[in-house]
Structures are given as structure tokens and as C-alpha cells.
Design a protein around this ligand. Structure first.
Ligand SMILES: [Zn+2]
Length: 100
């Protein structure tokens, strides 16, 4: 996974196209991430005991194809590159070249 929790992303496809948010969870097996408040769907919660039933909105995971990372340095949607920094592989912005 190139993206990690806390990355700022922009949604590029789908009904929430144009929205931005911070990644809250990464699901490597599904190649997806969860961004709060984006790609919401309504879920009915049934009445339980004396708690009334209600509708809750939950964010659904977004596949990586639908999002772009926003670089914290140049503030543009960008792609992620990698370079070796001593022994560590570091992520870099392909637009401005700074470490992400
Ligand atoms: Zn950049």
C-alpha cells in the first residue's frame, strides 16, 4: 500500500468526486481506504430492546483507483514515487520531489 493513515486525499471518481479528507483506515487486502464523511451509505439499525431503530451513515471503503494523494508541500493531487534515502525507502511527491 502506498497510502497510509493520516494522508490527505482527494476523491477523483464517483459520487463524492472533488471531496477531500484524511485517511482513517487502510485496508491492504481490499486495496481500499476509509475516509470519514466520504462515500457514505445509510444503514438501518434495528430496534434493540428499548433503543429505537435508526438510520446511521457509515463511510464505505474507497478503492485506490478513486483517490489521489494531496501533497502536503505543493497542495496538489499527485502520484507517489519512491527513492532510497540511505537504507530506507521513502515516499516522494512526483510533482515537487519532496518527501511525503
Ligand atoms: Zn508535492
Amino acid at each position: 500500500m502506498k497510502l497510509k493513515v493520516g494522508d490527505q486525499v482527494k476523491i477523483t471518481l464517483g459520487k463524492d468526486r472533488g471531496k477531500t479528507g484524511k485517511i482513517e483506515a487502510v485496508l491492504p487486502k481490499k486495496n481500499s481506504v476509509v475516509v470519514p464523511g466520504v462515500n457514505l451509505y445509510k444503514k438501518h439499525v434495528k430496534k434493540q430492546g428499548d433503543k429505537a431503530g435508526q438510520m446511521v451513515e457509515l463511510p464505505r471503503p474507497l478503492t485506490l483507483a478513486k483517490i489521489a494523494l494531496i501533497c502536503p508541500h505543493c497542495h496538489q493531487p499527485t502520484r507517489i514515487g519512491y527513492k532510497m534515502d540511505k537504507k530506507n525507502k521513502v515516499r516522494i511527491c512526483k510533482k515537487c520531489g519532496k518527501n511525503l
